[in-house]
Design a protein around this ligand. Structure first.
Ligand code: PHE
Length: 335
């Protein structure tokens, strides 16, 4: 009876072990043969019971061997065809977001938290939306500030937008204040490609128009934004010129002078220029059917590449467009 238990419990996936088990029970000099020999010695009244147990044991042992060998063969067959299905799978590659998208989404979220929506517009623009409506009439010298790629010059100018201010024009034409919108997107300028500038890059521009919007609202918004994005909010506004804003300013952030890199990227001053801004020129409001007597507003614009280069300490703008996996893989953990 104890042998029946042993046979029932036996498990193995090793051919050698199974073979040893078979020989132990069913081999010529195996236990079964010993038991059958011993059978003769068993008293007559116990023969029936003993014989039954012996047969049971033999069947069990025979079936066990057959079962285990079959299981082993099936497994080997599977491995032959599919490889070992019980092995852990190859880790699958998960892609990563492009650093430009990561930073763009961060900027969008920061402004969404203070009520800005997102607006988009076409990359191929007409002269009106990219220049004229923005207080840059034909032959205005400031048109040369942004070297333009033209798609068509006659009968009217069609071009690749040089900034996403064109989206703000479209938005104002279709919406009355209060307006709080940011316009992220790709822009194009006919510039030489170098480590610091490219002919294709990305911007986020912002526009806020309502009753009594003042320059101090602009400054508070910029303080909030820089604190959120960089964790620093020491900024300064330098007087500047844009045709579509008056007054206009360039925004610098105090980056510090703690490391070698700080020295290098701030040219030893600790200050870094991050965007342009100003109060929307009344002419622009009029051009877009908004009454400048009733409303005022501010606008700002920044290059996403520039911000991403600061945040991630990227030294060459061309890396954003080369799609080198060694570069892109480094942004895997970011969302
Ligand atoms: N459109 C400007 C540029 O592309 C940036 C800007 C936007 C400046 C809004 C002031 C106000 O350079």
């Amino acid at each position: 009876k104890s042998h029946i238990k042993e046979v029932e419990a036996f498990q193995s996936e090793d051919l050698q072990q199974i073979e040893e088990f078979r020989i132990k029970y069913l081999g010529k000099k195996g236990l079964m043969n010993d038991f059958f020999k011993a059978f003769k010695e068993v008293p007559n009244e116990e023969k029936k019971e003993f014989g039954k147990t012996l047969n049971e044991l033999k069947t069990l042992a025979t079936e066990k061997v057959k079962e285990l060998k079959e299981a082993l063969e099936n497994k080997q067959e599977e491995i032959g065809v599919y490889g070992d299905l019980t092995r852990p799978a190859e880790p699958s590659e998960i892609g990563s977001r492009h650093p430009i998208s990561i930073v763009k989404n961060q900027i969008i979220e920061i402004f969404a938290n203070i009520g800005f929506n997102v607006s988009e517009g076409p990359e191929i623009e007409d002269d009106w939306h990219n220049f004229t409506a923005l207080n840059l009439p034909e032959h205005h010298p400031a048109r040369d500030m942004q070297d333009t790629f033209f798609v068509q010059r006659d009968p009217k100018d069609i071009l690749l937008r040089t900034h996403t201010s064109s989206v703000q024009v479209r938005y104002m034409e279709e919406n009355q204040p209060p307006i709080r919108t940011i316009s992220p997107g790709r822009v194009f300028r006919n510039e030489d490609i170098s480590a610091r500038s490219h002919c294709i890059f990305h911007q986020v521009e912002g526009l806020y128009i309502d009753k009594k919007v003042s320059f101090s609202d602009l400054k508070q918004t910029l303080l909030y934004f820089t604190k959120q994005l960089f964790g620093k909010s020491k900024i300064r506004l330098r007087p500047s010129y844009f045709p579509f804003t008056e007054p206009s300013a360039e925004v610098d952030i105090y980056w510090g002078l703690e490391t070698e890199t700080d020295y290098r990227i701030t040219k030893g001053t600790g200050w870094l220029e991050i965007m342009g801004c100003g109060m929307v020129d009344p002419n622009v409001l009029t051009n877009c059917n908004i009454d400048p007597e009733k409303y005022s507003g501010f606008a700002f614009g920044m290059g996403i590449e520039r911000i991403a280069m600061l945040l991630y300490q990227i030294g060459d703008i061309r890396m954003f467009y080369e799609n080198d996996a060694r570069f892109l893989e480094q942004f895997k953990s970011s969302i």
